[in-house]
Write a new protein. Structure first.
Length: 111
């Protein structure tokens, strides 16, 4: 796997339990190699014409670019938000052994 094949997927969730549920599911299903959960984020955003301020939990997933559509669909299915944040960021470089680990822990297209 090269750095161009790996992506970080940034997801926000309403609380730790929701993020853990999503993270565990996508790792168990092979759609992500790892899920990091960060509590304590505060978000300010516009929703349905109003400015909102909410505490959220961030979920960062590591996966293959080729799995992004399936991963996004799974996160949306599991999420309790009407319009969940699920965005991918390419990995531009990194430790080759770590990138190989992401590849080994995620399902290949042949599975």
């Amino acid at each position: 796997m090269t750095a161009n094949d790996a992506v970080f997927v940034y997801v926000t969730a309403g609380d730790r339990d929701a993020a853990l549920k999503i993270g565990r599911n996508v790792v168990e299903s092979g759609l992500a190699a790892c899920a990091n959960v960060f509590d304590g984020m505060e978000s300010i955003y516009r929703w349905q014409g109003a400015i909102e301020h909410a505490k959220e939990t961030v979920l960062v997933l590591k996966t293959r670019a080729s799995l992004l559509d399936d991963l996004t669909n799974k996160v949306v299915d599991l999420h309790d938000y009407d319009c969940p944040c699920v965005v991918a960021m390419p990995i531009q470089g990194g430790h080759p052994d770590y990138l190989a680990w992401i590849a080994a822990q995620t399902k290949s297209l042949e599975q």
